[in-house]
Design a binder for this molecule. Structure first.
Ligand SMILES: Nc1ncnc2c1ncn2[C@@H]1O[C@H](COP(=O)(O)OP(=O)(O)OP(=O)(O)O)[C@@H](O)[C@H]1O
Length: 265
């Protein structure tokens, strides 16, 4: 077990369920987020990742199950993308102030933390993909969060920039000791920069330390990854099928069936 997991949890979900009308989007989700630990949420499109994040942010309430969080927990949230009216002139400085009432010195310090110290006076509309992600990260950090929640933090960034961003997130975790929850579609890069992986497809399919799961032959079978293939193209082999509501139905004939084989999804 990773040393970070010895920390007390920041947030603990126990058998959380959530429906949108008849769509049972989250089914009996139990997981924990820990101080100093980077947890990555992966799963196919429509699996409920963003919905789970919205629950954790307190924007949605579960239909059943409990979400416990440490008292006075501060969460810094980096959204997937922001719709900003391009006709509305907005510098990075003004944009950062929309999140938190903060001094110029605080803004400079946090921009320097994310390697974007020269951007303060720039228009938000003229930033590159990587610069925008750094500014969004800086904005989330201004709250001095105990938990940083990042929804696809490397979206719109080239491969070198993605690696840099993941390294930056690891460094921020090391320096601040905060917990990190991120949604990612890039399984390969995520494996190198995360402590804990939770794969959901409405329910938790599998979870664990990436070194443990990648050393397990059932992992390759489960995720269908080879070499540097990415999550976007992986074929998600299950040990079960899903009905139209997404409920897991074991396939009795399959050797992926948990009754027939230990471990796996
Ligand atoms: N506010 C809502 N009202 C009704 N249905 C919703 C709502 N939000 C999400 N859904 C549905 O819940 C399911 C899960 O959506 P969610 O955005 O959580 O998936 P995701 O795993 O984040 O997907 P992606 O990887 O494509 O971003 C989808 O079927 C979606 O249509």
């Amino acid at each position: 077990m990773n040393q970070h997991h010895r920390h007390e949890p920041l947030i603990s979900l126990n058998k959380v369920n959530l429906h949108f009308d008849r769509n049972h989007v989250l089914q009996d989700i139990s997981t924990e987020l820990h101080k100093g630990c980077i947890t990555t949420l992966i799963g196919p499109n429509g699996a409920g990742k963003t919905t789970l994040v919205r629950l954790i942010l307190g924007l949605l309430k579960p239909d059943s199950g409990t979400i416990w969080q440490e008292s006075n927990l501060r969460i810094g949230y980096m959204p997937q993308k922001l719709q900003i009216d391009k006709t509305f002139p907005l510098t990075v400085e003004r944009f950062l102030k929309t999140a938190q009432n903060c001094s110029k010195a605080q803004m400079k310090a946090v921009l320097s933390d994310v390697g974007a110290s020269l951007l303060l006076e720039q228009s938000i509309h003229h930033l590159s993909g990587g610069e925008m992600q750094r500014v969004l990260l800086a904005r989330a950090l201004l709250r001095d969060p105990h938990l940083l929640v990042l929804d696809e933090p490397v979206q719109g960034v080239d491969i070198n920039g993605q690696l840099e961003l993941y390294n930056l997130i690891s460094r921020i975790r090391d320096e601040r000791g905060c917990g990190v929850l991120m949604i990612s579609h890039d399984l390969h890069l995520v494996m190198a920069s995360t402590d804990h992986v939770v794969c959901i497809n409405h329910h938790v399919c599998c979870s664990g330390h990436p070194e443990h799961v990648t050393n397990d032959p059932s992992f390759t079978e489960l995720f269908g990854i080879k070499g540097s293939e990415q999550l976007a193209v992986y074929s998600h082999h299950h040990n079960h099928n899903h009905d139209e509501q997404g409920n897991a139905i074991p396939d009795p004939a399959s050797d992926h069936n948990p009754r027939n084989k230990k471990g796996g999804c």
